[in-house]
Design a protein around this ligand. Sequence first.
Ligand SMILES: Nc1nc2c(ncn2[C@@H]2O[C@H](COP(=O)(O)OP(=O)(O)O)[C@@H](O)[C@H]2O)c(=O)[nH]1
Ligand SMILES: [Mg+2]
Length: 430
Amino acid sequence: MAAETIFALSSGAAPTGVAVIRLSGPRVRFGLETLIGHVPEPRRAALRRLHAADGSVIDQGIILFFSAPASFTGEDVAELQVHGGRAVISAILSVLGALPGFRAAQAGEFTRRAFENGKADLTEVEGLADLIAAETEMQRRQALAVAEGGLSGRLEAWRTRLLRTRALIEAELDFSDEDDVPTSVRTAALVEAAKLADEMGEILEDSHWGERVRSGFEVVLLGAPNVGKSSLLNALAQRDAAIVSEEAGTTRDMIEVQLTIDGHAVTLVDTAGLREAKSGVEREGINRARQRGERADLVLLLHDSDHEMPSAPTGRPALPVRTKTDLGGTISSGVGVSARTGDGLAGLREAIGKALGLAVPRPSALLIRERQRSGVATARDGLIGISASMAPELVAEQLRQSADGLARVTGQTDVEEMLGVIFGEFCIGK
Ligand SMILES: Nc1nc2c(ncn2[C@@H]2O[C@H](COP(=O)(O)OP(=O)(O)O)[C@@H](O)[C@H]2O)c(=O)[nH]1
Ligand SMILES: [Mg+2]
């Protein structure tokens, strides 16, 4: 079945200064002929009038044509930059919609075609999705690194080495006169497998940094009722997100606000004050506060002259925060702040950044999703499973499983390439 030609408004909601309408598929040339009377030279901006079916002019805009396969999707692609008014856009979309073989694109369909045509692998597609969703500087940086092939390049290099190693073993198995593969081949394979396992381990042992940057770091406020948790959350968020009251036990649900610290997304969570609950609802709130603290990236332990510091959930990094410093008293441990006057807020943000390790510049993480991590982990496990005493057939099988793990991450299968590596590099069957 011939692919349909798809089209969509690729820029944001109208009205805008300029809108971009994108087309992709086998009938893009026909679409351009209909709209502007001809197909412009590929990759050159052309200022043209766009026409309705009755020949009247809809608008004037910049037309870009990309000839297959040198385009984002790998198909013929056109981008129409027109004035971003609702009537302009809908007039053009309705001309396109009426053309035979044309239909409106579904969400992600251009990218899907790019993947199917080998223009981007799955990790690059995921990076692209994250780049579009990125809200902080650090999310943008790591998404761009992955979208530009930072992860797929690593995976591809590993996979090639795995396939080559396996091909070596198979070649020796198939063509050796003896029953056994020469030990030199096996030794080389074992050394390479161990090396690869180490390299994979290195990027796996990153404390899930990429996923945390992607979804944001979670900081949970813990402390006795009335110690000033809700006030502090509001002061850091610079808005009244949580109810502040002199009455103890007001906050029962979690209240979350988003902050940006050192270019990273941080979710700050207000919780129910920790005490002996007076009601079932409050008890539930306190349980949830503790649970949330147990999986937080950082816990702020609030205390003041009237309220003791709560104990930190085991194993979680914690930062003591002395509240209500405007009322006087001494700061015995941690950072001092006053939500009322704003004193110490900048220092607290800084301390949070430091405690989370956000302040230290790092290279962009390459594993930004659980799917990618589990594929690499599968690949490494396959390699770790290889032992010196193993029959060569089994070593080859472990190597295959390992390569499969990587192929799943990039969205390829490896059978054809396996053959390609054997025949291409080893001149078997001459
Ligand atoms: N003087 C002073 N009072 C504060 C400060 N922060 C909170 N409070 C007061 O302490 C009480 C409890 O505050 P709240 O934020 O609701 O505490 P929570 O129960 O821990 O969420 C309220 O009466 C607040 O006005 C502060 O920095 N200085
Ligand atoms: Mg509160």
